[in-house]
Write a protein that binds this ligand. Structure first.
Ligand SMILES: Nc1ncnc2c1ncn2[C@@H]1O[C@H](COP(=O)(O)OP(=O)(O)OP(=O)(O)O)[C@@H](O)[C@H]1O
Ligand SMILES: [Mg+2]
Length: 302
């Protein structure tokens, strides 16, 4: 529940468990003004947290480096969250449309048709499995980037504004982005509450993470974003992988997930038959790791 401080007008979040209590006085965390919001005679004074208004649930999966398992992570993390009982929307925001292809959806309406007003966003969303929906992509969405160059004002907060009316229907929205920092990735970042940067443990991959870190920092003044680095395609037999993993942890303390996703050939097998790994072989190493990651995400973003 959101309430407004009578003194400084700050919007404040009142935790749901407090609403059930007979609450008399609250203290604004911003200006420390104490005021009543209930007729109950109880004398509790409760410190309220500054409201972020939007629950943190839109996750952009980004790295301008190609082939680091962004799409595989979007799919398998999304399915793992849905298996935890969360309502999950996957957004394919990449003209390669790999996420849509992996789910057997080819050439379906995408954000291009939504921008062209040929279809509403809720009509474009496809139900895939229980608790899992997809907003597909097709190659036409790459035209959006070109249009945005010609009419930058019209595309200001394109994705964020389009997601606003449907957000309340989902616990998590995961956005898959292309290997580029042009148009699609910045729009995904502007719509996101949190970012996952998948990366391989290779020397050149460190560079990709550094670039993503600096892109996220350029948004910091208007749209501060928390992120975590997810090590993917991890080969524990490879010494270089272990060394790079340790370096990543040293350079970005607190920002690297403890869960890594192992190199697992079951992933490629699952993709051949258009099934998420988590469904194809739930006991495979990477499927178990995506399940662990889903639990961590659920805790971090609660
Ligand atoms: N854990 C894994 N084990 C083995 N192979 C994997 C794993 N995760 C992903 N792959 C394979 O790695 C390749 C790249 O994966 P994916 O398409 O998810 O990367 P991407 O970052 O989305 O690529 P792009 O930048 O082109 O969008 C695919 O062939 C996929 O099957
Ligand atoms: Mg991809």
């Amino acid at each position: 529940m959101i309430i407004i401080c009578g003194e400084c007008k700050a919007k404040l979040q009142l935790d749901d468990h407090l609403i059930a209590k007979p609450l008399l006085k609250v203290r604004c965390s911003k200006c420390k003004h104490i005021f009543s919001i209930d007729l109950s005679p109880k004398e509790d004074v409760v410190e309220l947290k500054q409201s972020f208004e939007k629950p943190k649930k839109v996750i952009a999966i980004c790295n301008q480096k190609g082939g680091v398992a962004k799409t595989s992570t979007c799919l398998n993390l999304g399915v793992s969250l849905s298996l935890l009982g969360k309502r999950v929307l996957l957004i394919d925001f990449d003209g390669q449309a790999n996420l849509s292809l992996l789910l057997g959806k080819k050439n379906e309406p995408s954000f291009y048709e939504i921008a062209e007003k040929q279809i509403t966003i809720s009509k474009a969303i496809k139900s895939i499995y229980p608790n899992l929906w997809l907003l597909p992509a097709n190659s036409r969405i790459t035209l959006l980037a070109r249009q945005a160059l010609q009419q930058p004002k019209e595309f200001g907060f394109f994705l964020r504004e389009n997601l606003e009316p449907i957000k309340e229907h989902f616990d998590f929205i995961l956005i898959d982005t292309p290997p580029s920092v042009k148009f699609f990735t910045p729009h995904a970042l502007m719509a996101a509450d949190f970012v996952i940067i998948p990366t391989q443990c290779e020397f050149l991959s460190m560079n990709g993470v550094m670039q993503m870190d600096s892109v996220i920092r350029t948004f910091a003044s208007t749209h501060p974003l928390d992120y975590r680095i997810l090590v993917t395609l991890y080969d524990e037999r490879n010494t270089a992988s272990k060394v790079i993993y340790a370096k990543l942890k040293q350079k970005y303390p607190e920002k690297v997930f403890d869960t890594v996703i192992n190199l697992d050939y079951k992933m490629q097998e699952s993709q051949i038959i258009n099934e998420p790994l988590v469904h194809y072989d739930q006991n495979s190493k990477a499927a178990i790791q995506y399940g662990q990651l889903a639990k961590q995400i659920d805790i971090i973003l609660r």
